[in-house]
Design a protein around this ligand. Sequence first.
Ligand code: NAP
Length: 285
Amino acid sequence: MKVLIIGASGLVGSNLYQVFGQNNKDGINLGTHLSYSTNYSVYFDPLKEVPIEISKEKWDVIIHTGALTNVDQCETEQDLSYQLTVASTQMLLLLAKNNNSKFVYLSTDYVFDGENGPYAETDKVEPLNVYGKHKLESEEIVSTYPDHLILRITNVYGDEIRNKNFIARILDAVKQKDFVEIKAPVDQLATPVNAADVAKAIYLLVQDNKTGIYHLASTDYLSRVQLLQRINAYHANKVKIIPVKTASLNQAALRPLRGGLIAAKFASEYPDFIFSNVDDYLKKQ
Ligand SMILES: NC(=O)c1ccc[n+]([C@@H]2O[C@H](COP(=O)([O-])OP(=O)(O)OC[C@H]3O[C@@H](n4cnc5c(N)ncnc54)[C@H](OP(=O)(O)O)[C@@H]3O)[C@@H](O)[C@H]2O)c1
């Protein structure tokens, strides 16, 4: 199969690139980047000309992981958020139509209001902030295309080149310093998931030609404070945690508080698939 991974320089995209590379050996796996070039990806801005490396192939699957993922920046730079999240999706969907590709879209639990999480696929969507609204708008556009697959995820961690996810940043800090002090919200709950598991689950869904929406999550349901406590358990209590309420952080964007996702639908179709948890990851670091 010929698979185009948009955003292969990112956390989820780089893990997808690795998993498809390992499993789709007879096919073609091409990754793209936008601002951060890697030695395995080609530059591609979906709002500009399609490069020859992409236009010369007929893609069976296009996986779109790109978006403006800085939630507060989405709130303060709404036009940029629209371009990077919604407009890019529209353009990539055109590419999918021209190639007759399956279109796979990565979305978020921020499509929910966080009153009542964790959420199932059938729960009512009601985003609180621009990031969530633009991700939902993209989902809606993607849903009009018959061969689509939407994966909602949240609090993703794992191995990535830039180590920019929350857990990776803290691990880098505790390895370099005697102690680090971190203010963390005690009242935001979510279901952290390892990007490698997300990539493996997507590979299975694509291989089985599944369509529709799936939530991907482990059984962890943790606040940022609890996440830091887990890190402390493996790193000699080097993190001095200052628990705060989300409201006191005065962030530009509202956060869903009781967020997170329930992956029961995926589990019922893939009973042998085990999502690892944060402890499994921390033990190996
Ligand atoms: N990480 C999380 O906790 C989380 C939670 C919920 C949902 N998600 C969703 O999952 C997806 C992947 O997240 P991630 O954490 O892997 O993000 P990431 O590390 O920021 O990676 C995003 C990737 O997409 C590229 N990109 C960004 N905007 C693009 C655009 N308009 N067109 C083409 N490429 C673009 C980036 O390129 P450059 O870096 O080269 O510029 C990067 O390779 C996103 O759609 C995000 O909304 C993530």
